[in-house]
Design a protein around this ligand. Structure first.
Ligand SMILES: Nc1nc2c(ncn2[C@@H]2O[C@H](COP(=O)(O)OP(=O)(O)OP(=O)(O)O)[C@@H](O)[C@H]2O)c(=O)[nH]1
Ligand SMILES: [Mg+2]
Length: 181
C-alpha cells in the first residue's frame, strides 16, 4: 500500500529550507515569504514567517509531504506545530555561517523530543565554499550528542542533493521503503 511520509525541514535563517522544498516538490510550493525586518534584512530580502509546503511523489506511489519551518527564533512556536506527526527531521545548516556546530546545538535542543522520537539527517548547505571541516565538526558533535552522524555536504538548489538527504531519512524510518510489496 502507498505510504505517506511527513518530513520537517528546519534550520537557521538562510540555510536553504524554502529552496530545498522548491527543489524537491512535484507541486507548486505553498510559501509564506514576507519582507524581512531588522537583523534578518542584512542577510536576505524575504523570510519564511509560517511555513513552506511541498509534495514529492515517489515512483512506487508513496508520497512525501514536505514542511519547511521558519528560521527565525520568534516563530519557533511553529516548529512544534509543524513537527506534529512528522516522521523525521531534515536539519539544514549553512556551512558558511560563523558557527554551524552552535546552530546544530540550538536546533537539537529545541527539537530534542521530536528527534528522539523520530530520526534526523543533517545537510550542510552552501557547502561549495565551506570546505569539509564544517561537516566533520557537525558529525563529531552529533556523535557526542548521542545522535546518528548522518550528515552530507549539499546544495539546497540541487534536487539530486536534497533527494539524497530525504532518501537517507526515509530508509532510516522504513528500511523496506521502495521494496516490492
Ligand atoms: N550558494 C548556495 N546558495 C544557496 C544554497 N542553499 C540555498 N541557497 C540560497 O540561499 C538563499 C536563502 O535560501 P532560503 O531557502 O530562502 O533560506 P531559508 O532557510 O528558507 O530561510 P528562512 O525562511 O529565512 O529561515 C537563497 O537565495 C538560495 O538560493 C546553497 O547550498 N548554496
Ligand atoms: Mg524559508
Amino acid at each position: 500500500m502507498a505510504q505517506i511520509y511527513k518530513l520537517l525541514f528546519a534550520g537557521p535563517v538562510g540555510a536553504g529550507k524554502t529552496t530545498a522544498i522548491q527543489s524537491l516538490s512535484d507541486i507548486e510550493v505553498v510559501s509564506t515569504e514576507a519582507k524581512a525586518s531588522d537583523d534578518v534584512r542584512l542577510l536576505k530580502e524575504t523570510t519564511t514567517v509560517a511555513m513552506d509546503y511541498g509534495l514529492m511523489r515517489l515512483a512506487n506511489g508513496d508520497q512525501v509531504r514536505l514542511y519547511g519551518a521558519p528560521g527565525q527564533k520568534r516563530f519557533d512556536f511553529m516548529w512544534d506545530i509543524l513537527s506534529e506527526n512528522a516522521l523525521g527531521l531534515v536539519l539544514l545548516l549553512n556551512g558558511q555561517a560563523s558557527n554551524p556546530v552552535a546552530d546544530l546545538r540550538t536546533y537539537v535542543t529545541a527539537l530534542r523530543d521530536f528527534i528522539v522520537r523520530t530520526t534526523l539527517v543533517v545537510g550542510i548547505t552552501h557547502a561549495e565554499a565551506a570546505g569539509w571541516q564544517a561537516r566533520q565538526e557537525v558529525a563529531r558533535e552529533l556523535v557526542s550528542l548521542g545522535l546518528p552522524p548522518t550528515v552530507m555536504d549539499t546544495d539546497a538548489r540541487s534536487r539530486a542533493h536534497m533527494a539524497a538527504l530525504v532518501t537517507a531519512l526515509i530508509y532510516d524510518i522504513d528500511p523496506f521503503a521502495g521494496a516490492a510489496s
